[in-house]
Design a protein around this ligand. Sequence first.
Ligand SMILES: C[S@@+](CC[C@H](N)C(=O)[O-])C[C@H]1O[C@@H](n2cnc3c(N)ncnc32)[C@H](O)[C@@H]1O
Length: 319
Amino acid sequence: MVNTLFSKRIHVSETFSNDQSLVLICNDALECAKTLPTNFFSLIVTSPPYNLGKEYEQRSSLRNYLSQQRPLIHELKRALKHNGSICWQVGNYVEDGEVFPLDLYYYDLFKSEGLKLRNRIIWHFEHGLHCSLRFSGRYETLLWFTKSDNYLFHLDPVRIPAKYPGKLHFKGEKRGQPSGNPLGKNPSDIWSIVAQDWERGIWEIPNVKANHPDKTEHPCQFPVELVERCVLAFTNDDDWVYDPYCGVGSALIAAAKHGRRAVGCDRDQAYLAVARERLQKLAEGTLKLRPLGKPVHVPTGREKVSQRPAAWDAEKVLL
Ligand SMILES: C[S@@+](CC[C@H](N)C(=O)[O-])C[C@H]1O[C@@H](n2cnc3c(N)ncnc32)[C@H](O)[C@@H]1O
């Protein structure tokens, strides 16, 4: 059951005011951040451009790219509540075949603003480009920073089933009683691998690619499921969430789905139009989303595509 703040016809405002529930602003991320209130958002969650020359960004030197991010991070910290969190999801910048993991560089930017790192979460996915001159990349990271030591963190809503829930205390006063938590275990800082995530006790959040129900025409969406975990763990009902590079609105969808208010900014009107449409579908209950925590499909071995082509082995015999 989707718990939203909204009736079937939603109103998405184009300018910020705190009597709204959903706001989509078309502007540059820094200019927009400057207009937002101080000490206001419980969660700021985003996937910024990676400076890779995608259709929505101008590639420049790594140094230049990072220096443009510094004033934005300063504004975001100002807009963040004292007990709030920033989640910054990034991958690699690549130049002439050399890999620069962006989280290493972003760490200093956040740290110099006085933010504190609580987790460096590995988001692992199974699909992507196959590299021939290095190992294929199959994870990105999500840096979770807080503004202070007094931060909101709810573990219970994001617990996952334990591998061995039947484990018992084997000594002491509680001998013979279950040793785990009936709500499940801490999901760890690897939000990853597939197969049977419930069995293996780890989260798999598939990369948003073809055949994924969340997919839109945006080239680099992040999965709504990824943000849902942040929303549930770092905010309360009715709190405000902000995505400074919101694209097609995945973060706003995750927030609205769980009864939080949200603001998104992107400088591309076409992406914002898709975001608006997705939010409307969410309110109507027709938005296709992967359910939070749904195990990723594992081939049974009977599908033709999961079988080794006979020709490969025939060739070997001939050699
Ligand atoms: C990696 S995508 C984020 C996608 C988003 N997480 C989603 O799920 O749709 C980065 C977004 O930043 C936007 N963008 C790039 N530079 C921007 C800027 N200076 N100000 C605002 N938005 C910008 C792009 O249009 C793009 O949608």
